[in-house]
Design a binder for this molecule. Structure first.
Ligand code: NAD
Ligand code: WQD
Length: 337
């Protein structure tokens, strides 16, 4: 049954890919985004991929009037809530901005949804809510804790959503905990396009490979991992996007449930760099540095609940992530993005 789905933050890295997959599945994505970490051209490029313009509202999730108008005008059936600030380091230096944007923004959104009788939501949570892993792989029963304001906003919002479902079983809520999304759509025309200097590994690998930075700093070579570098669960952003479509389509069967979206496999920094060089035939010079404060040695998912509850598992490999990310980087450089 085709549905109209509001994507808050839908002009971002992950949201733009969800737009594509929703359209491919026959649904109608409507995007609300204030473009604080995106560009208008993203919607044009998504439109070219899906063969029709995307319904786009430039607005802030803290603006209740815009939210209510959008929910009503487009007759939205459910919401995928991605809008938020997401840089861990920035959140440490600007906690109030993160609580206002992420938590207050979510409260405004939920109030508007309730006023418009829209009570189905998929929320962008993060594996960061697991804190320092006590055992691996991480399943959804792992204790929750965070070490930074960004992660705390995710934990607080998960709590708000649980309380909402506790108050009324008319709410249907899926908390998707992403691991490390990387890669890009196969067209190479949309991808991760952070404003300013990237924090994450893949955007920095891309910058070095494109000659826009001289070398990659590998943060830590003395972790208790096979090659001493940090291990993470990198998931292709298209697999992640498809997981959202599956969750949205099954929301009526979900009360309030947290579900991991990951591959279940860990990949080290040096393994990713070597795969990137092999797949793309480019060099990524690197230098070993001290550990980055706050990093954990290893973090990867137990994705079995997503398989049983959503009928979803990842299909794309690390090689696919490296190949697709590089194609996007070459497009971005050619287009002066
Ligand atoms: P992104 O920055 O590319 O996308 C977020 C989008 O939200 C941007 O387009 C931005 O302009 C918009 N936005 C931010 N604040 C807004 C506001 N107040 N009103 C309207 N729009 C607003 O980030 P992303 O990587 O696509 O992440 C999307 C979501 O997934 C975020 O909530 C993030 O916390 C979460 N997440 C991301 C990762 C990751 O590694 N990328 C991992 C786990 C969870
Ligand atoms: C991955 C690995 C680094 C950059 C972060 C957020 C998390 C989530 C996903 C939002 C680590 C190493 C990195 C570099 C490096 N985002 N690295 N050199 O830290 O696992 O997770 O993004 O929810 O909340 O914390 O991802 O890509 O920053 O780091 O050596 O220039 O790459 O030490 O081992 P992380 P990352």
């Amino acid at each position: 049954m085709p549905d109209t789905i509001l994507l808050t933050g839908g002009a971002g890295f992950i949201g733009s890919h969800i737009c594509v997959e929703l359209a491919k599945a026959g649904h109608r994505p409507v995007v609300l985004d204030n473009l604080c970490n995106s560009k208008p051209s993203v919607m044009e490029r998504v439109g070219r991929i899906i063969g029709r313009p995307v319904d786009f509202v430039q607005g802030d999730i803290r603006d209740g009037d815009v939210l209510r108008r959008t929910l009503r005008d487009f007759k939205v059936r459910s919401v995928i809530h991605l809008a938020g600030l997401k840089a861990v380091g920035e959140s440490v230096s600007m906690p109030l901005a993160y609580y206002d944007n992420n938590v207050v923004g979510t409260l405004r959104l939920l109030e508007a949804m309730e006023a418009c009788d829209v009570r189905s939501i998929v929320f962008s949570s993060s594996a960061t809510v697991y804190g320092v892993p006590k055992q691996l792989p991480l399943d959804e029963s792992h204790p929750l804790s965070t070490t930074n304001p960004y992660g705390q906003t995710k934990l607080v919002i998960e709590g708000i959503l649980r309380d909402l479902r506790q108050a009324s079983d008319r709410w249907h809520i899926c908390l998707l905990r992403y691991f490390n999304p990387v890669g890009a759509h196969e067209s190479g025309t949309i991808g991760e396009d952070p404003h300013g200097m990237p924090n994450n590994l893949m955007p920095f690998v891309l910058k070095v490979a494109a000659g826009r930075a001289t070398e990659l700093s590998v943060w830590g070579g003395d972790y208790p991992t096979p090659d001493g570098t940090g291990v993470r669960d990198y998931i292709h952003v298209v697999d992640l996007a498809i997981g959202h479509v599956r969750a949205m389509e099954r929301l009526d069967t979900i009360g309030c449930e947290a579900i991991n979206l990951g591959t279940g496999r860990g990949t080290s920094v040096l393994e990713l760099v070597k795969a990137f060089e092999r797949v793309n035939g480019v060099r990524v010079p690197f230098v070993m540095k001290d550990r980055r404060t706050g990093d954990v040695a290893s973090c990867f998912a137990d994705p079995s609940l997503a398989h049983t509850r959503l009928g979803w598992k990842t299909e794309r490999s690390i090689d696919d992530m490296c190949r697709d990310a590089w194609r996007w980087q070459q497009f971005a450089v050619a287009q002066g993005l």
